[in-house]
Design a protein around this ligand. Sequence first.
Ligand SMILES: [Zn+2]
Length: 330
Amino acid sequence: MNDFDPRTNDLHQNSFVFDAHCDTLGHATAHPFSRRDLLQWGQRGHLDLPRMRAGGINAQIFACFPGVERLSANATSGALQRVEALYDLIDKAPAQITLVQTADELARLTPDGPIGAILGLEGVEALDGQMRLLRTFHRLGVRNIGLTWDRRNAAADGLGADTAFGLTPFGRELVQACNELGVMVDVSHLNDAGLEDVLAISNKPIIASHSNASAVFDHRRNLSDEQIRAIADRGGVIGATFVSHFLTANFREATLDDLLDHIDHLVDVGGVDHVGIGSDFDGSLPPPRLDSGEKYPAVTAGLLRRGHTFEDIRKILGENLRRVFLEVLS
Ligand SMILES: [Zn+2]
């Protein structure tokens, strides 16, 4: 049993918790020396199947980030290794985790059934500039596409690129193809001009899977109020993230309350129907007390403490993300 009070546990367990971003697959494909068995509890890092279950996670987007060292070469192989790592996990524990590719499969997930896994690309380096490979990754189950990581790629400029252009012709075509195929477009890591272009082109809701609010803490990875409103206006969702560096200037002392400040601001500006969670577990440094999957109910406890209603907390924990994915996957 965990340390949370019965009211928190009850609400958390009866909520559909949908986390929009983790980098856990990278740790299942690492060098054998540091590789983690995701069937085992707590072999370093933040997430594995036992800790996801203990944290009440019902659906999870697993990013297939090829790894920084593979971005400029072998990105396709890096992403495919992560796809294979998820397939391998599902083969080993089919009663505990299942691949979600359709709206029906998402709708059928239950709080006590297998965790729904959605594959995502973080940056489109793996497509190697070829639209046909979007089809290939779609056939493999990819249903969320983050157009960029921090670098420049064939689709757009990430936030850390030397240039700050909007989408390339390939990037524009990609957004349209995602709309047609039923793949979510994810704008976390994308620069301002690119986000503006996506908002102009996409005819489906979009998400920012792991980004916070720049009005609370001004970091390049966070969203302005205008961007928050624009994503919300199109029916999309912003996944508040646990990344300490995006929470507060004093990242070493980031707390749960810093995260709650961002969530409250996202709710105030975008509306409670447009806020979710994207932990970035295994991809970043989360604050203490949120530093591994089984501690997820701390978010529920914090939202309760701040006076959010049960209904609003359920929306933030996952109902909002479920709604946009049901719409885009249909
Ligand atoms: Zn990221």
